[in-house]
Design a protein around this ligand. Structure first.
Ligand SMILES: [Zn+2]
Length: 112
């Protein structure tokens, strides 16, 4: 078996889906090939991470750091609400002025 064939069979080997002959060939190849052994180790580690039911432990002080970030985010959001509200009020005033100006101008002409 060469490295290319071993790489193609590696996932099946890790799942236990190789036939007896291929399994023995793979084991023999892995014994003599350091790069394929390294690849097998990487695949095995990735498969271990993807295994269902495996929940990684949170880092130390995770909850403390999370709560600090949440408070910081809430403060930032509160600051952003006022400019948004002020922009809407300014737009509303502009529209009221825009639509009432012609009427005001028209009434002033009739009074002359
Ligand atoms: Zn190899």
């Amino acid at each position: 078996m060469n490295c290319k064939k071993a790489a193609g069979l590696l996932l099946r080997a890790l799942d236990g889906r190789l036939g007896e002959k291929e399994r023995r060939q793979m084991e023999a190849h892995l014994l003599g090939c350091a790069s394929c052994r390294a690849r097998e180790k990487e695949y095995r580690e990735v498969l271990d991470l993807l295994r269902p039911g495996r929940v990684p432990e949170p880092l130390p002080h995770f909850e403390t750091r999370l709560m600090a970030k949440l408070k910081e985010s809430e403060r930032a959001r509160a600051v952003l609400v006022w400019p948004r509200w002020a922009a809407r009020a300014a737009a509303a005033c502009f529209l009221v002025g825009l639509f009432s100006a012609p009427a005001f101008f028209f009434f002033n002409l009739e009074s002359l």
